[in-house]
Design a protein around this ligand. Sequence first.
Ligand code: FNR
Length: 368
Amino acid sequence: RMPILEQCFNLMDFEAVARQVMKKSAWAYYSSGADDEITMRENHTAFHKIWFRPRVLVDVEKIDFSTTMFGTKVDIPFYVTATALGKLGNPEGEVILTRGAKKHNLIQMIPTLASCSFDEICDAAEPGQVQWLQLYVNKDRKITQGIVEHAEKRGIKGLFITVDAPQLGRREKDMRSKFQDVGSSVQSTGGHDVDRSQGAARAISSFIDPSLSWKDIPWFKEITTMPIILKGVQRVEDVLKAIEYGVQGVVLSNHGGRQLDTAPSGIEILAEVMPILRAQGLQDKIEIYIDGGVRRATDIIKAVCLGAKGVGIGRPFLYAMSAYGLPGVDHAMSLLKAEMEMNMRLIGAASIADLNPNMVDARGLVGH
Ligand code: FNR
């Protein structure tokens, strides 16, 4: 009854299969968004408000959409973003994403709340393969310092501090499933007790420090030489602040619609941010990424046109991994590369350098 892998023609198809085959509680954890899930839906539909302005009669025989992210060359401008609890979907967990990322020359962001241990995920990488770390900041800064220093020692090339989750959002689908075996699915809560009555997300997140603030940023710069990136920035004022504080990047993101409902989508924020950065001559001071709702190569291209260095993709790889394991993740990444090649040709862009705001009509976005 389950469709064979070759019947998955796009990233949405993996979601449909995963929904059928996954354990109910696992599906609830992966697929849920906060409250009414308005932001979660908008993340994807916001891309539909942008139209291309294709160029014709451009030589597009050879297409190269490789780019760099904090100095690392990647095949295509997306990375595998951090998503907690990989073993809910597949008993092997996050190392499957490590292998998929290697095969496609992409970067994987390792979550603080991975099911596999941090070292297992590092060990699964091939020599030279670049990984980043997503950091939830512990109330006990000694624990956080230990994690950061260990990550640097293991060769992690970017520290993504999650700033949109001082308290975990209410994902009601997840809460209703009253997740039972969360204790066995996560390794790194720092020894804090888990409360199983509130769904998987809330059960594992009580260690996160809600007092984290801009004042802490200089401390991170003291304890590490890794690039520091703020994940979950949602307004231009905070991007400007991030530049002031000297961090190397921001991810414009609402956590896949899992935190503040009716928060704006990453692509909307990007459309607000970039013209202001350009007007102030700040566009080269920081690398800007977005995530949330990216499902098609056209979404990636639109983000890059509007000024993103790249995008993060979360759920689709979880679904591919849950439904088909590594071959599923591999196939999902291949599909995006094939879509990318075709769509770059069709809009008349031979390389990433050809993607600029003039290639899209983004007047339909609120922030524009
Ligand atoms: C996430 N995300 C996330 N972010 C983070 O900083 N730390 C985390 O532990 C998690 N965990 C997590 C679990 C699951 C199941 C999902 C779906 C998402 C958010 C993630 O990094 C990213 O912002 C979104 O997933 C991007 O949206 P899409 O691609 O899933 O639509």
